[in-house]
Design a protein around this ligand. Structure first.
Ligand code: HEC
Length: 198
């Protein structure tokens, strides 16, 4: 709470500074919009990525509306979190109910460049999507359990998963991250607590 207030105060202070430097209505408006945007990322958005039967889909517009969490070292996986997730995690050290994580998987294109052999992201292969579920929404659905909904989507079909059972399709590989709620959080420094000075 304290840090939220000080962040808000800092934002207001920086806005006033911006307005003072360039006293045009346009700047004030842009700064205001910037604050609105900042505050909206603090609020947890629980727009569901699941239909009534618990079928997930890849959320629309996640690249524009989600927060970028990070990349795996090979840089072929980009991970995004739904609005409000990062702020909530920084405060509580856990993923809030309804939080959605999207991991993009790209094919590796490796080629000779002047710096040597370089890999970069090629075609998108698909997405891993997880939604935090504290409520046990779909106990009979094999893609829901251990506090999450789990699904993989091939690039050609973001609305229909090919996963059938999270325990065999996903969880076995996430066992090393069990203590951090099955998520490899150490790969995402942005989830760390906000320093007291900020
Ligand atoms: C072959 C092992 C493996 C399988 C199978 C697997 N994962 Fe992962 N997953 C990982 C590893 C390792 C990471 C973290 C590093 C990375 O992104 O490569 C990860 C990262 C993720 C992330 C980003 C958050 C995090 O924990 O870093 C999501 C979301 C995710 N996986 C979802 C799934 C879902 C859903 C399934 C099943 C449909 C699944 N994974 C199956 C190994 C696996």
């Amino acid at each position: 709470m304290q840090s939220k207030i000080s962040v808000a105060t800092a934002l207001i202070a920086s806005t006033l500074a911006a307005i003072a430097i360039v006293p045009s209505a346009m700047t004030a408006f842009a700064a205001h919009r910037e604050i609105a945007k900042k505050l909206s990322t603090d609020r947890l958005e629980t727009t569901s990525v699941a239909d009534a039967n618990g079928n997930l889909h890849v959320p629309d517009q996640y690249r524009a509306t989600y927060q970028f969490l990070g990349q795996s070292p090979q840089q072929l996986h980009d991970v995004y979190a739904s609005p409000g997730t990062v702020t909530a995690y920084q405060k509580t050290g856990r993923f809030p109910d309804g939080a959605v994580l999207v991991k993009e998987v790209f094919q590796a294109d490796t080629g000779k460049m002047t710096t040597g052999s370089v890999s970069h992201a090629g075609a998108l292969k698909g997405w891993f999507v997880m939604m935090k579920d504290d409520k046990g929404r779909h106990p009979d659905n094999k893609l829901w359990g251990d506090g999450w909904a789990w699904s993989w989507f091939d690039a050609g079909n973001p609305s229909k998963t090919t996963s059938t059972d999270y325990k065999t399709d996903c969880q076995s590989c996430h066992v090393p991250a069990k203590a951090s709620d099955w998520i490899y959080v150490s790969g995402y420094p942005v989830l760390g607590k906000v320093a007291a000075s900020q």
